[in-house]
Design a protein around this ligand. Structure first.
Ligand code: GLN
Length: 488
């Protein structure tokens, strides 16, 4: 039998239900795994073993719901939460010196939902500072290493989440995705990551980067686990004014494996120069597998795709410049004390509290919003956003979902793009369109390039999470990529 830490969430859940293991056994096994590999992987900003064991003991007494006696789906299963998502019992730093000492005093709604199911928190996930990046190298504390090749990045910004799940430290993680931060690291680490429809999961307690784009979502070892975690975190929340009231389907029972008659669109603009040939080959082969399962494939065109990246980087940076104005040393986090005036204090707090990439983005965003440039940049980007949305609406008349690569290349070497922001941003080309349109997308492992995992992205119309998960599930049942684990 595979070791405990190699199993999926669903597999561990069965062992717990059959009482073959206890929540404490599972938590101890995860903590041992963290002891063994964390030095090399660096997926966590904080780990609290005592808290995890306490939670495991508490879960042991209540694996089942009162009344119905049904088991809590996530009870007793250890996970990691990205450090941009507030937790009452552990610091929430956003991987920034600005919030190094910040203790929120409350749990984010998504976290509270997991805790109400007796989930076990191992610790908080490493990430790019304030979720700004695609490699987890802008973390103010340390980089995270890709478990498939420790010299390479895990992707970002939820790199800690994807690496912890790939390395067998956590059974699943919650990440956040503004322009790809769940899907791209999932792709680079060979795990599953889903960005929900904007508004489906509450953002209450998620530290804001770009509020019109930010969404919390699951990172898991396979699609069934993803369906299970998603079912637990969705739902309307009066604490988030952008939260939507949508039906709350049981995503797990929707996994029928039947994709016959589904129309899959392959957008021409996603298979162009710049995509690694093995990545393209793996995704095209995955499309053939889905076709073999009875889906029909149509070529479609999304001509605004090349503009999505610029549109995203103007909107996200404009919003971040406004959201991060609150860090002035008076209200939250770091406060520079040696200053002659209040203004000097604010300046120094921001100078020393933020890292280089965050400052670059605040300056660019402030510029795009300033008088004289607002119309040329921000307003124009808003208009392009509308065009992108309309184009997706049109294409979803022709097909039920789109299949694309998640990222143009597999994991790149640590340091390779760190000092070349434009090159770093270009890697987000396939993930930002769905973000700008607010529609759901999932990344599922579909092969390898240079011994490194490749992910395919499945994008669908608003609230099509059930369909996306079912396509991913059907694909997984026909292939074995999701079963492979990194060496060690
Ligand atoms: N890589 C993108 C960026 O740097 C997306 C980040 C995210 O989704 N948080 O903005």
């Amino acid at each position: 039998m595979a070791t405990l830490h190699d199993l999926t969430l669903m597999e561990v859940r069965q062992l717990l239900e059959r009482r073959e293991v206890s929540p404490a056994d599972v938590a101890e096994s995860s903590l041992r795994r963290i002891d063994d590999v964390e030095q090399q992987v660096g997926a966590f900003i904080s780990v609290d073993g005592d808290l995890a064991l306490q939670m495991a003991h508490r879960a042991a007494g209540s694996l089942k719901k009162d009344g119905t006696g049904e088991p809590f789906p996530l009870a007793g299963i250890p996970m990691q939460i990205k450090d941009s998502i507030c937790t009452r019992d552990l610091p929430t730093t956003c991987a920034s010196h600005m919030l190094e000492q910040f203790r929120p005093g409350y749990d984010a709604t998504a976290v509270a939902k997991l805790f109400s199911e007796r989930a076990i928190l191992l610790g908080k996930g490493n990430m790019d500072e304030f979720a700004m990046g695609s490699s987890t190298e802008t973390s103010a504390f340390h980089p995270t290493h890709n478990p498939w090749d420790l010299e390479r990045v895990p992707g970002g910004s939820s790199g800690g989440g994807a690496a912890s799940v790939a390395a067998g430290e956590a059974y699943y993680a919650l990440g956040s995705d503004t322009g790809g931060s769940i899907r791209q690291p999932a792709s680079l680490c060979g795990v599953v990551g889903l960005k929900p429809t904007y508004g489906l999961v509450s953002r209450y307690g998620l530290i804001a980067f770009a509020s019109s784009l930010d969404q919390i979502g699951p990172i898991t070892r396979d699609v069934s686990d993803c369906a299970l975690v998603l079912s637990s975190i969705v739902g309307h929340d009066s604490m988030d004014s952008t939260s939507i009231s949508a039906p709350e389907p049981d995503y797990v029972s929707g996994l029928t494996q039947d994709v016959r008659g589904l129309r899959l669109g392959v957008p021409r603009e996603y298979f162009v120069d710049g995509v690694d040939s093995k990545v393209e080959g793996a995704v095209r082969e995955a499309i053939r597998v889905l076709e073999g399962l009875g889906a029909s494939v149509v070529e479609v065109t999304l001509p605004t795709t090349p503009y999505a990246l610029a549109c995203y980087y103007i909107l996200a940076l404009s919003e971040c410049s406004a959201n991060l104005a609150r860090y002035d040393g008076a209200k939250f986090g770091y406060s520079h004390q040696e200053a002659a005036t209040i203004w000097e204090g604010v300046e120094k707090t921001r100078q020393f509290g933020f890292g280089e990439e965050v400052k670059r983005r605040i300056m660019l965003g402030t510029f795009a919003l300033s008088t004289g440039y607002y119309d040329a940049y921000y307003l124009k980007a808003l208009r392009v956003r509308t065009l992108i949305r309309q184009e997706f609406d049109r294409v979803f008349q022709e097909c039920d979902a789109l299949v694309t690569p998640t990222a143009p290349t597999p994991a790149f070497p640590l340091g390779e793009r760190k000092d070349d922001p434009v090159r770093m941003y270009l890697g987000d080309i396939y993930t930002v369109p769905a973000s700008v349109a607010g529609i759901p997308a999932i990344s599922v492992p579909c092969g390898f390039s240079q011994g490194l995992p490749v992910g395919m992205q499945i994008i669908g119309p608003s609230l099509s999470e059930g369909t996306l998960l079912n396509i991913g599930y059907a694909y997984e049942q026909a292939t074995t990529w999701h079963k492979l684990r990194p060496p060690q």
